[in-house]
Design a protein around this ligand. Structure first.
Ligand SMILES: [Zn+2]
Ligand SMILES: [Zn+2]
Length: 147
């Protein structure tokens, strides 16, 4: 009888430790998901008032980046991550890195803040000062302007 109780107590301890380890991982504030995301924020870019068409197949040439664009839906960024996704993975700057274009609070493409204009950004209609570090979310409408 005693050995059964010890076995049960031991088993309960192991289950408890596993639960604790699992929830500790899930509670990591930097981890957004442990089983992937499939989000579609939208990005529009205007340079001196003129819309810049974001090309299709960004991130899909010579590989398959989790962040990419498809044909026929200009401005939709596909965020198709498997497994563990960190908040850092969702930063807007990653998309520009994959695209191999410059983007920050002081520059978009070859346009640098100065007499010609400055970089402005809104997310869902609200001014946003995070620029390349902005962590995109499902359904976001992001507008970047240089004017
Ligand atoms: Zn998609
Ligand atoms: Zn896709």
């Amino acid at each position: 009888m005693k050995s059964i109780l010890i076995t049960i107590a031991g088993f309960a301890t192991i289950v408890g430790l596993l639960w604790w380890a699992g929830s500790a991982g899930a509670n990591d504030p930097d981890v957004l998901s442990t089983n992937g995301i499939h989000w579609h924020p939208e990005l529009e870019i205007y340079i001196e008032g003129e819309k810049f068409e974001i090309p299709a197949n960004i991130g899909l040439v010579g590989g398959h980046s989790p962040m990419h664009t498809h044909t026929g839906e200009p401005g939709i960024i596909h965020m198709e991550f498997d497994g563990r996704v960190t908040l850092k993975d969702t930063e807007l700057g990653n998309f520009f890195d994959i695209w191999k274009k410059d983007f920050s609070s002081t520059q978009i493409f070859e346009n640098i803040n100065g007499e010609e204009g400055s970089v402005f950004m809104t997310v869902n209609g609200e001014e946003n000062l995070e620029f390349e570090t902005y962590q995109m979310k499902e359904g976001d409408k992001i507008v970047v302007r240089f004017e």
